[in-house]
Design a protein around this ligand. Structure first.
Ligand code: M6R
Length: 367
């Protein structure tokens, strides 16, 4: 059942190109048009919407943070993402024209379920991005976008995450088209890049031995810091979460721009700093490079995730993981795979039970 892989997690990491290709085959036609035919809402609904509120926990929350950036960028709507466990106990300003999106692999997470119950009581339409048909969250939603990642057994979520990211890309492009918010050329450029993602992930998977060597070199430290910005800030959080969950090594994800406001004090010659520097066309690229210089000046040990051919960030790193070029907006889907492998091999070097890490359950059905 592990299809020759040593763990379910590694198998699921390797399934990601196929899962994403499946989602694209299902929702993208030959002309590059996205159709989400199962959603119960028409063009008018998306045009009159006021805002979007995304709620989720854990890894699904990181997907929601990424989704927020995409939806905000493409649809012109105000979008917020919150942790379901916080959202349900605050007094959110939502109403009938707020679309609430719940993101959940299992569809059974107690806080996420309670959040959508609360939202529906207020009168909000609820869309769930979910992996399990017939689950509680699916049953209690008005519309569902299935992630179709197949059964995920490893407690640490991998293929469900990249499927959630892909679902958000599809949804953002779809809603943007219905709202006439995206230029056809921009949409076509994004769709073309989206089609290349499965191959780009393959490329990363083919280099897993190099990633393993980096993980083995740094696995015995007490802690590590993950830095990213904008589209890859959620990637940094997700990389750190993966590392914590399966290797039991403390790891912290941070927005790179916040470094000066505290975490820079942690940097010394022992701290691995994993820095995501792949948004090469973005205005934040130079800023991330200056953050790297600050780490270098304090003798931090830099592991940089860079785009192939990159020279600026590469020069500053002790270790490099190169990924194929893509659009900045889509880079998190590829980057996270490298971080999943980094966490995986760190955990292997530390001898943990990767598929069933201590104290964790696959589905959190109690608060
Ligand atoms: O089933 P869900 O997506 O609602 O679960 C949410 C979190 O419990 C889950 O993502 C958790 O953080 C994973 N173990 C992460 O790998």
């Amino acid at each position: 059942e592990k299809a020759g892989f040593e763990t379910f997690m590694l198998k699921e990491i390797h399934e990601q190109p196929r899962v994403i290709r499946g989602l694209l085959d299902r929702h993208l036609d030959a002309a590059g048009r996205i159709e989400l035919a199962d959603l119960p809402w028409d063009r008018e609904f998306f045009r009159t919407l006021d805002r979007i509120m995304i709620v989720a926990c854990g890894t699904a929350y990181h997907a929601g943070m990424y989704g927020r950036l995409l939806l905000e960028n493409l649809t012109g709507l105000a979008v917020e993402t919150d942790l379901a466990s916080e959202f349900r106990y605050r007094n959110p300003k939502i109403s009938g024209d707020t679309l609430v999106i719940a993101v959940s692999q299992s569809g059974e997470t107690a806080d996420t379920l309670a959040s959508i119950r609360m939202a529906r009581e207020i009168g909000c339409p609820v869309l769930s991005i979910c992996n399990v048909p017939g689950s509680s969250i699916v049953r209690e939603s008005d519309g569902v976008l299935f992630t179709d990642a197949g059964l995920e057994i490893g407690v640490a979520s991998t293929k469900a995450y990249t499927a959630q990211q892909t679902a958000f890309i599809l949804l953002a492009l779809y809603a943007a088209r219905l709202r006439d918010e995206v230029e056809p050329e921009r949409s076509a450029e994004l769709v073309e890049a989206l089609r290349r993602i499965p191959d780009a992930i393959h490329y990363v998977l083919e280099r897993q031995d190099a990633i393993r060597a980096i993980a083995e070199k740094h696995h015995d430290g007490a802690s590590s810091l993950y830095l990213g910005r904008k589209f890859n800030y959620p990637t940094a959080l997700e990389g750190a979460l993966k590392n914590k969950e399966i290797s039991y090594q403390h790891a912290e994800g941070y927005a790179a721009g916040e470094m000066k406001h505290g975490p820079i004090a942690l940097i010394n010659e022992y701290l691995p700093v994993i820095c995501i520097c792949t948004q090469t066309r973005d205005e934040v690229y130079d800023k991330v490079v200056s953050n790297l210089k600050e780490v270098e000046a304090r003798n931090g040990r830099i592991i940089a995730l860079v785009t192939e051919g990159d020279e600026n960030a590469s020069r500053l790193a002790e270790d490099l993981i190169a990924v194929p070029p893509t659009l900045d907006e889509l880079s998190p889907v590829i980057n996270v795979v490298a971080l999943q492998l980094l966490a995986y091999y760190a955990a292997q070097a530390r001898g943990t039970d990767i598929d069933k890490p201590r104290n964790l359950a696959k589905s959190v059905t109690v608060e």
